[in-house]
Design a protein around this ligand. Structure first.
Ligand code: HEC
Length: 131
């Protein structure tokens, strides 16, 4: 084995490792929006409405009203981590109303990330914009 071959192999192996790492990080951060839609329609739509406008069947009796999650203008001010936290730990955990319930006992972390992905791709159609 000449040293040139060894050097090349090391390069190939480290490239492969890098790609695997990036792939891993990616699949962790990005939820599955189709799965998120199922959870959303089951437990969020009754308040936030199927299209996120805050007009679900239970919304009329709530004060404050459920947020308009279809508003790209508003939801782009929220980070993914903020949205994750408010879903998992409830409105109070981020200084909002406790009428926004905590879902940590119902949804696994993975399922919450799926819902975050669904909000981004289909409901607000927006990403977080740093101010
Ligand atoms: C019982 C009614 C109800 C249900 C069910 C509900 N929410 Fe909410 N949600 C609210 C209310 C009310 C607010 C507004 C709280 C405030 O502005 O103080 C809110 C606010 C939010 C916000 C905005 C938080 C912020 O910082 O402004 C997000 C995001 C959100 N809800 C996501 C969800 C998701 C996702 C689900 C389903 C997993 C869900 N909500 C289920 C009532 C509900």
């Amino acid at each position: 084995m000449n040293s040139n071959y060894v050097r090349k192999s090391i390069k190939v192996v480290s490239l492969l490792l890098l790609v695997m790492m990036l792939g891993g990080i990616n699949s962790f951060a990005a939820g599955d929006s189709a799965k998120g839609k199922e959870s959303y329609n089951q437990i969020c739509a009754m308040c936030h409405g199927e299209t996120g406008k805050g007009d679900g069947v239970a919304a009329a009796s709530l004060d404050p009203k459920p947020r308009d999650l279809s508003s790209g203008e508003y939801v782009s001010t929220l980070t993914d981590e903020h949205i994750f936290k408010v879903i998992k730990e409830g409105g109070e955990s981020v200084g909002k109303s406790n009428l926004m319930p905590a879902w940590g006992a119902v949804l696994s972390d993975d399922k919450i990330w799926d819902v975050v992905a669904y909000l981004r791709t289909d409901i607000c159609k927006c990403q977080h914009k740093a101010k």
